[in-house]
Design a protein around this ligand. Structure first.
Ligand code: PAF
Length: 290
């Protein structure tokens, strides 16, 4: 496996692979890889001839009070995991390589980025869409795989790719969960053992929403209220948002009468966790449609 740190070298590699008629599959990550990331890498490998994984903790998607500096990093361990999986290239540029002096060009998706996490993390999605565009221009993938846990991000990237006619197939892989249901996330490492136990309230709240819909409940106020009750069972939990939105504009809906995204962001102590489920009115879980 090759480690590439320069955009120019990444582009040269991609040009060679494309000239040979091979398909490039790409998984962008911020590193500190866990099974959730590795499942996305396997998806990429299954649909391409060569696989690239980027590892870049992107400073411009973190707010000033957020965890950019303490975000977990372990490049050597990540490289070992990717080598074992048979990845062809780890692309790990420096911040200076991605954002050289004078950098001032951004990609911004409107509308979809205003609610849910966007309401609490101003500028976050602009940072994500800008870096993903830059990564696409460096890696030149035919296919890129994103995780379902960051559902709003996946909707935003899908929109960006359509709106800007990017010639990249976007694939969204399922959320991988711990045995007790907690969605895997690099940020789970921040949790103390006691907080880790309490963090299961996110998934339990989602299951309760699903169960209510299966039982015929359609009123989103009732469903959200029940979910809040479950989250409150965790003494360290503080709800940032619990919302049920449509899957086109990501706007809250008063009643569930079709496909909806049930999404929540909850602080457990000092750790912000997110999770979601896409379900139809009968409470059946759906795959992410691209
Ligand atoms: O999902 C992530 O890890 C990041 O937001 C991404 C897509 C790698 C962009 O920095």
């Amino acid at each position: 496996m090759k480690l590439i740190e320069r955009v120019r070298d990444m582009q040269a590699w991609a040009d060679d692979v494309r000239a040979g008629g091979e398909r490039i599959g790409f998984v962008p990550t911020m590193g500190y890889l866990h099974e959730g990331h590795l499942s996305l890498v396997r998806l990429a490998k299954g649909s391409s001839d060569r696989t690239v994984v980027s590892i870049f903790v992107n400073p411009i998607q973190f707010g000033p009070q957020e965890d950019y500096n303490r975000y977990p990093r372990d490049l050597d361990r990540d490289i070992g995991l990717l080598r074992d999986l048979g990845v062809d290239v780890t692309f790990a540029p420096s911040v200076g390589e991605m954002y050289p002096e004078g950098f001032c060009t951004y990609v911004d998706v409107e509308g979809l980025t205003e609610g849910l996490c966007g309401a609490y993390r101003p500028g976050h999605f602009r940072g994500v869409t800008t870096v993903v565009t830059k990564l696409f221009l460096a890696v030149k993938p035919h296919l890129a795989v994103f995780g379902r846990k960051d559902a709003q991000q996946a909707f935003v990237i899908r929109r960006m790719v359509r709106d800007l006619n990017m010639d990249v197939e976007v694939v969204v892989g399922p959320t991988v969960r711990e045995v007790d249901g907690l969605a895997m996330s690099s940020r789970n490492t921040y949790l103390s053992p006691e907080e880790r136990k309490q963090a299961t309230v996110l998934y339990r709240a989602l299951l309760r929403a699903k169960e209510l819909m299966e039982g015929g409940e359609r009123d989103t106020k009732v469903i959200v209220g029940e979910m809040e009750g479950i989250v409150r069972e965790a003494p360290s939990a503080r709800v940032e948002y619990i919302e049920i939105v449509d899957t086109e504009k990501l706007k809250p809906v008063p009643f569930v009468d079709g496909e909806v995204l049930v999404a929540l962001a909850v602080w457990i102590g000092n750790t912000r966790l997110i999770d979601n489920m896409i379900v139809d009115a009968r409470g059946d879980e759906l795959n992410f449609q691209i």
